[in-house]
Design a protein around this ligand. Structure first.
Ligand SMILES: C[S@@+](CC[C@H](N)C(=O)[O-])C[C@H]1O[C@@H](n2cnc3c(N)ncnc32)[C@H](O)[C@@H]1O
Length: 249
């Protein structure tokens, strides 16, 4: 039987060449979006929080594949991925973003204005409160979860609870996608043994409790997706892991 494992390339140099080649042979991103990504990476210390341009290409492709016009993003940071969704859905579509930090939200809004993107609305606050309070006229086509990892299971439950098939108003449409970013957390979700060099330094390492808890919560999220008979999933081992879950009812 053919092996399914995805360590396709012999070393880091070839992996990088393959990524660059794939990026160059995928859909084009608008120049302002590329420039904004470069600006973030050259000027912002925690720029790693932003998705890559290659991931943006993948998300735009997915959105267009399902004809998405309405996207909900949980975790906006400086607005790069919101801008990618905004481009994906076009001027006739809308993007709603939930962001905890008022500072990040205002920087993101400045970027939206600078790029003339008027179809993005942000709600500032804890997504665990702002998400369940949403009551959209029309359901979303995509919910992209990219906020605190400890909240992933709760976000998933809230989306499912607010998208019942018998409900007159629902958050996510039938056939819509819930996309969980960082679903593999540098491989730790699948294997956080000593064999994984990204394993958080064991206690008493300062970062251990939070990082370990994040891994447990992302595992819980992936398990909930898999065990729900309302979802059909493909956990894509690309980037930091992307859990693609389609709402079947
Ligand atoms: C990984 S970053 C998002 C990156 C963004 N999606 C992008 O690719 O450009 C995670 C964001 O989630 C936000 N966040 C953390 N906890 C949150 C919460 N409880 N509610 C809403 N946003 C939260 C953080 O402030 C941060 O901006």
């Amino acid at each position: 039987m053919k092996e399914g494992k995805s360590s396709l390339y012999p070393n880091d140099a070839i992996s990088e060449a393959v990524t660059n080649y794939s990026e160059a042979h995928s859909l084009d991103l608008p120049k302002p979006l590329l420039d904004y990504h470069e600006h973030i990476f050259n000027n912002v210390p925690n720029s790693h929080l932003t998705i890559s341009t290659f991931q943006a290409q993948g998300l735009i492709f997915l959105a267009r594949l399902i004809g998405a016009k309405r996207v909900l993003e949980v975790g906006v940071f400086l607005g790069f991925s919101s801008l990618a969704w905004s481009h994906a859905v076009g001027d006739s579509g809308t993007v709603t973003g939930l962001e905890f930090s008022a500072d990040y939200a205002s920087q993101a809004e400045a970027a939206f204005a600078a790029q003339g993107r008027r179809n993005i609305t942000l709600h500032v606050g804890d997504g665990l409160e702002t998400l369940p309070a949403l009551n959209p006229d029309e359901p979303y086509d995509i919910v992209f979860i990219d906020a605190q990892k400890s909240g992933y299971p709760a976000y998933l439950r809230a989306v499912l609870d607010s998208s019942r098939p018998d409900s007159p108003r629902r958050l996510l449409r039938k056939g819509g996608l819930i996309i969980g970013d960082n679903a593999l957390r540098r491989g730790l979700v699948a294997d956080d043994s000593e064999a994984n060099p990204h394993r958080p330094s064991a206690p008493p390492g300062e970062d251990y409790p939070n990082k370990h808890n994040d891994v447990m919560k992302v595992r819980e999220f992936n398990d909930l997706v898999k065990s729900s008979d309302r979802l059909e999933a493909f956990l894509m081992p690309l980037w930091d892991g992307l859990n693609l879950a389609r709402l079947v009812d």
